[in-house]
Write a protein that binds this ligand. Structure first.
Ligand code: AMP
Ligand code: ZN
Length: 721
């Protein structure tokens, strides 16, 4: 079925939300649905897509949170009135908004403190105590909120949040939540305790649940939050138990019979002592700067958590002044949720285009309906290769999932609707740039343009040659390179070292000063380490790191040209494929010609590699302890270890509190679990590859998502044949 058009404005979104709420009521409460299920789902998906793209438009009572209840909802479930009522939270979508919030609270608190001004300034008095309040920061768990009542230590009642005033009674369900004690661990127990928290499903349990449902031909849950909320309606205790729900408590609403803790942090400690589950990582922050640091840290590290968090909840730590600050109709004035930017969103894949890279590889690029994700708007993303597209069922015209982490090139991860409704991607028969035939080599997934004079290949090769990680010829930008190619001054990379000032002057906007600057950076290019020149040549498989390894061994480019493949293949991280590629390159007459022309351009091929010591101390893995687990699709365990060690990491075989990262491939087992229980950050394969690229001492220019040059992503693959 064709996708429903997602709402394009907040007004449309609100209208659609209300429309769906009406239909849900007809379905649940009146058992008189007007819409077929499929149409309801179609509209619900459109709403979910718009909410994902504009999290700030989403209404708190959106029916997207009800998915999963439809099949199991039971009319007439008893209602429970909440005392005190439950509130939602106000949101802050930026550090500025968060700062506004903390300032507002600080000012309101300052007004309430009676200040008696001294008649004369007392110059010797100690400075007034800082009025910056202390904040309690907690991760905002993305699940279903619940309220629990314990009387004399026994769990007697559980309820969903509902509309905050009253919710549905779910005591039997709460008893099946795996980590919730039905009796408090306090002796004597308090007479009465009302606590609030979040019922969640961890990623592993969510995936297992969906796998079981897929096998049984049942509808899949869209995300762990929906699955958790839906599960709370289940009547089948065994099934509920099997799902592995957990709860984490964060609010002590009523405590009778004992003195109540005076701060949020003390509340959390109290809850822990009572034997109730409290999510780890909460922190007391003395002022806004600390709060911002906490938020920044968890925006980064949340990928390593075993469950979904969608932000940080910042609460005034002290309980007593909260009442004075009060509540809006919806939320407390003394707390706010700093929402993380969306990391995965849906958008429409308008088309698949093909881009020719410097080695002639023709890569598919996703042309997307522009969408905001992880703080930036993207309209293009890499699709890797043809096989990947087929395997994932990605087809033009459909809604797709797009993901972007802080440092990762955006990628299309998969379809958001049924591929059967859309035409397959047509791969090109000829080069989109020069019309020359394309070839797909045996055992390779990449298509290649075989025309050595392909303008796209020439342009891409030259862009790479002058780029920052290569020879770093400042001033020779892509536009200038294109123009020089057009004027016939650059036919291959060696021509760079034969450029004359008068040729540069022919180009647009090239005054005397600019020409002199370019000539000077070309001069600088002659002095770069030979490994940079080797990398710049764009030999298949030779990335920046391999180039350094080769030249640290050979000494000079000239010496390298004379080394046999079986000597090179034993070098750390080189291997037979790369070694063969290098020797083949030096044995090719055209390339020997190229080297001669470079020499004529005043490049000294006998120059020694200056830094033949160990790798520089930098990059994300430097000095870190890393554990590898599971199978990585793109490289062998041994290769991953070599790459990590080359970046200054220690690769260990067991996870402990001292482990900095766990890299988890497919079918990761107990090590992954251990990492999760210890809170050690976990990297999936994509994140790992991205960080490895970052670890290349000087490959910062690679990760330019705007340009989306296919070279960077393929560079890594080439390095580890
Ligand atoms: P929302 O309704 O999504 O706007 O945000 C409010 C909800 O966040 C609450 O009702 C809770 O269910 C949930 N939440 C998750 N973690 C926390 C936390 N640590 N403190 C307060 N609320 C939380
Ligand atoms: Zn071509």
């Amino acid at each position: 079925m064709a996708p429903a058009q997602p709402p394009a404005s907040q007004a449309e979104l609100v209208a659609l939300t209300r429309d769906l709420q009406r239909h849900a009521r007809l379905y649940y409460d009146e058992a008189a649905p007007e819409l077929p299920d499929a149409e309801y789902d179609r509209r619900l998906q459109a709403l979910a897509a718009a909410e994902a793209a504009h999290p700030d438009w989403a209404l708190p009572d959106s029916p997207t949170r009800w998915v999963g209840q439809r099949a199991t909802a039971r009319p007439g479930r008893p209602e429970v009135r909440h005392e005190p009522r439950l509130y939602s939270l106000a949101n802050a979508y930026s550090d500025e908004e968060l700062g506004d919030f903390t300032r507002r609270v600080a000012e309101a608190l300052a007004e309430r403190v009676p200040v008696t001004a001294p008649a004369l300034p007392d110059l010797f008095a100690p400075p007034a105590p800082s009025t910056e309040p202390v904040w309690s920061c907690e991760l905002k768990l993305d699940g279903a909120s619940v309220s629990l009542i314990y009387e004399h230590g026994e769990l007697v009642l559980a309820a969903t949040r509902g509309d905050g005033e009253s919710g549905e009674e779910i005591t039997a369900q709460a008893r099946q939540v795996s980590n919730l004690p039905t009796r408090l661990a306090l002796e004597p127990p308090p007479a009465r305790l009302v606590v609030r928290g979040e019922v969640v499903l961890e990623h592993a349990d969510f995936q297992a649940l969906n796998a079981r449902r897929a096998e049984a031909g049942e509808r899949l849950f869209a995300n762990p939050r929906n699955a958790a909320a839906g599960s709370l309606k289940l009547l089948d205790a065994a099934e509920l138990r099997a799902r592995g729900l957990k709860v984490f408590l964060y609010d002590l609403a009523v405590l009778e019979g004992t003195a109540a803790p005076a701060t949020q942090s003390a509340q959390l400690d109290w809850l822990r002592r009572a034997g109730l589950p409290v999510f780890p990582h909460a922190a007391r922050c003395a002022g806004l700067a600390d709060v911002l640091a906490y938020c920044a840290r968890w925006e980064n590290d949340r990928a390593g958590l075993p469950l979904d968090t969608d932000g940080v909840v910042v609460k005034l730590d002290e309980i007593a002044p909260r009442a004075g600050l009060g509540w809006t109709a919806k939320a407390p004035r003394w707390a706010v949720a700093r929402k993380f930017p969306a990391q995965a969103v849906q958008t429409v894949l308008r088309a698949v285009t093909w881009q020719v890279g410097r080695t002639g590889v023709v890569t598919p690029v996703a042309e997307l309906e522009p969408v905001a994700v992880a703080g930036s708007v993207i309209s293009r993303a890499t699709l890797h290769n043809e096989d990947e597209i087929q395997r994932r069922g990605i087809r033009p015209g459909m809604r797709v999932w797009v993901e972007k982490g802080g440092d990762v090139i955006p990628k299309v991860t998969g379809p958001a609707e049924d591929p059967a409704d859309f035409p397959e991607v047509q791969s090109p028969a000829e080069c989109p740039e020069c019309g020359h035939g394309l070839r797909r080599e045996e055992g390779e997934s990449a298509l290649r343009c075989l025309n050595p004079g392909c303008p796209a290949v020439r342009q891409a090769a030259l862009e790479h040659f002058v780029s920052r990680p290569a020879l770093d010829l400042e001033g020779l930008g892509d536009r200038l390179v294109a123009e020089l190619i057009r004027l016939g001054h650059l036919r291959d990379v060696s021509d760079v070292f034969h450029l004359r000032p008068d040729q540069l002057q022919e180009c647009e906007r090239m005054g005397e000063k600019s020409v002199a600057n370019v000539m000077q950076s070309i001069e600088m290019g002659r002095t770069r380490p030979p490994s940079r020149l080797l990398f710049a040549l764009g030999i298949r498989g030779v990335g920046a790191r391999a180039a350094r390894t080769l030249l640290r061994h050979a000494g000079s480019l000239q010496a390298l040209a004379g080394l046999p493949a079986d000597e090179l293949q034993n070098l750390d991280g080189v291997g037979p494929v790369l070694a063969a590629s290098v020797t083949r390159w030096f044995a090719t007459p055209d390339n020997q010609e190229l080297l001669k022309r470079l020499e004529l351009g005043d490049l000294d091929l006998a120059r020694e590699e200056p830094d033949r010591g160990p790798v520089a101390a930098n990059g994300p893995f430097w000095g870190r302890t890393v554990v590898l687990t599971g199978t990585l699709a793109s490289l062998e365990r041994r290769a991953a270890q070599t790459l990590l060690e080359a970046r200054g990491a220690k690769v260990s075989s067991s996870v402990s509190a001292r482990t900095h990262f766990v890299v988890a491939g497919a079918e990761a087992g107990s090590k992954l679990e251990k990492a999760r229980t210890l809170g050690v950050p976990v990297l999936d394969e994509a994140q790992f590859l991205a960080l490895l690229q970052e670890g290349e001492a000087d490959s910062a220019a690679d990760a330019d998502p705007e340009r989306l040059n296919p070279a960077p992503s393929s560079q890594f693959e080439q390095e580890t044949p």
